[in-house]
Design a protein around this ligand. Structure first.
Ligand code: NAD
Length: 511
């Protein structure tokens, strides 16, 4: 607790319990309601944060609209320079922010630091990008005409993020959106509001040091803000990261007003373990993928599809590995598995185990909620493993907890069909040293996911690639490659420098 008070103080969060911020300006209505941020690590209250009202929301959108007029005209490399300074500020705050992520969300300290490192990496990427927002030039079919395309910013980007990556997801969106010339309004998860406040405080200082106006980076706290963003025509792009259930609400509301959305929703990720796999490597990949962040990653490994010839041997080795897992305080670097986020998450875990059992799941590593010292928060659960059939209802769903399902296969075609045979399409992997198998898995007849790996598990990703998934995962892409294009509008320009007006396709129109 003492350590956390120091961390909050270092991050400048202690004196703030705002409902909104437009940069250096932090505020809340006189009658604002509050929410408490509880740490799943020990169940203790960290601090209260006020909730934004509809009036706060209006004030923030107004500021953002004004700021966009300024920001869109600032040359992109200059915007990139501000993002570079943000990356530098994050380097200075890495230890404190990583610790807050770990304490407020419940992931391991290493993963908390890793999240901040991802923020730094995406800032570096965005700085380079600020000089590379390239459009194509095309050859016109008409003489003395020039054709090209250019990319313009969209305006205000609404970012709604999930609890499990409380800081990195925002930065993936915001660093790109800013260099593209957009301003951002962020609604962090109400389960991790202090991470939001801390990040906003860091960027606000950078913006102030550069004499930038209010409204370039904005923060609004509270679930009610989500619906306001979904239905606001002044927000042309909404980037939503969260469950498929809420994603469906967001996407239909935004589409209903012809807005654009980037949807990063739930996964149901599988690793195929071939009989030609490196078994030791596969065990590590599978266990980290299934129990890391207590199974609360969108890319967590939920299913292992194992070749029948090695099934029993793999199962025994896996069971042994689970026996060595240490569950406890994620800030203690000796532990492998921390808590779930809250009581609702624990209930979902328990319900999934019960439902699985009813459907025929055979648990080879039993689950259960831990209690007593040091599990007083009530949020610590045992990672468990069950043998199942892929078609069970519970296997078709994403349960955001450390439950791993084992499925047996005979042929690679069958394994690929099982891997693809779920509604979600985020991350997938095959462990094999057989080139033919690897290539088939990556081919058009292979994995249908947005991410397909060979000899790497499903969990985690580098910022350099486009991140996202197909089907009920929503189809959005964020982070690297050309994901930036989603934050801009494309314009095709044709310029006639001849002294006639020829029409396209040779159409004649004489007066
Ligand atoms: P969630 O859907 O419960 O909440 C996500 C966000 O939506 C929160 O900020 C929440 O306050 C907000 N929200 C709630 N109601 C809303 C509404 N009506 N309109 C707009 N916003 C609303 O998700 P969660 O429990 O915070 O996160 C876990 C889920 O997120 C999992 O399904 C996980 O797979 C997914 N996720 C996906 C990715 C990805 O990149 N694909 C990354 C991280 C998490």
């Amino acid at each position: 607790q003492n350590n956390i008070s120091t961390v909050l103080k270092n991050l400048g969060v202690l004196d703030l319990n705002p409902a909104f911020s437009t940069g250096s300006n932090w505020g809340a209505s006189a009658n604002a309601k509050t929410i408490d941020s509880l740490s799943p690590v020990d169940g203790k209250k960290i601090a209260s944060v006020q909730l934004a009202t509809a009036e706060d929301y209006e004030a923030v959108v107004k500021k953002a609209e004004e700021a966009f007029i300024f920001w869109r005209s600032l040359p992109a490399p200059k915007r990139g320079d501000i993002v570079r300074q943000f990356g530098d500020a994050l380097r200075l705050h890495k230890e404190d922010l990583g610790t807050l992520v770990s304490y407020e969300m419940g992931k391991s300290l290493q993963e908390g630091f890793g999240e901040v490192q991802e923020m730094i990496d995406i800032c570096d990427f965005a700085v380079g990008l600020s000089r590379q927002l390239y459009g194509l030039t095309m050859h016109s079919e008409r003489p003395n005409h020039r054709m090209y395309e250019q990319w313009h910013p969209m305006g205000i980007v609404g970012i709604i993020s999930a609890f499990n990556f409380p800081v990195a997801v925002w930065s993936w969106n915001t660093a790109l959106a800013w260099v593209c010339g957009n301003v951002c309004i962020w609604k962090p998860s109400s389960k991790t509001p202090l991470c939001g406040v801390a990040c906003q405080h860091i960027i606000a200082t950078v913006l102030k040091n550069n004499d930038m106006p209010e409204g370039i980076s904005n923060l609004l706290i509270g679930n009610a803000v989500g619906d306001l963003i979904n239905n606001d025509k002044r927000i042309p792009l909404v980037s939503f990261t969260g469950s498929t259930r809420i994603g469906r609400v967001v996407s239909s509301a935004v589409a209903g007003r012809f807005g654009r959305s980037i949807l990063e929703l739930g996964g149901n990720n599988a690793i195929i373990i071939s009989k030609d796999a490196d078994i030791d490597m596969s065990i590590i990949g599978a266990v980290f993928g299934a129990v890391g962040t207590a199974g609360q990653r969108c890319t967590s490994t939920r299913r292992l599809i194992i070749h029948e010839d090695i099934y029993e041997d793999f199962k025994n080795k896996l069971t042994k590995a689970y026996g060595q897992l240490r569950i406890g305080d994620p800030l203690d670097q000796h532990n492998h598995v921390g808590p779930l986020i809250d009581t609702a998450a624990v209930d979902m875990y328990t319900h999934a185990i019960e439902k699985g059992k009813k459907e025929g799941a055979k648990f080879i590593v039993e689950g259960g909620v831990l209690n007593g010292n040091p599990y007083q928060s009530g949020f610590y659960v045992k990672p468990c493993v069950a043998e199942v059939e892929n078609h069970y209802e519970i296997v078709q769903e994403e349960t955001f907890a450390p439950i791993l399902y084992l499925i047996k296969y005979k042929t690679l075609d069958q394994a690929i069909s099982l891997q693809n045979g779920v509604p979600q399409g985020l991350s997938s992997a095959i462990m094999t040293l057989n080139l033919r198998e690897a290539e088939q898995f990556l081919s058009v007849a292979g994995s249908d996911c947005g991410i397909a790996n060979v000899n790497i598990g499903t969990s985690g990703a580098e910022i350099g690639g486009a991140f996202g998934g197909e089907k009920e995962t929503g189809g959005g892409r964020e982070s690297g490659s050309d994901a930036w294009k989603a934050y801009m509008r494309r314009q095709t320009n044709t310029i006639n420098y001849s002294n006639t007006l020829p029409l396209a396709q040779g159409i004649k129109f004489d007066l």
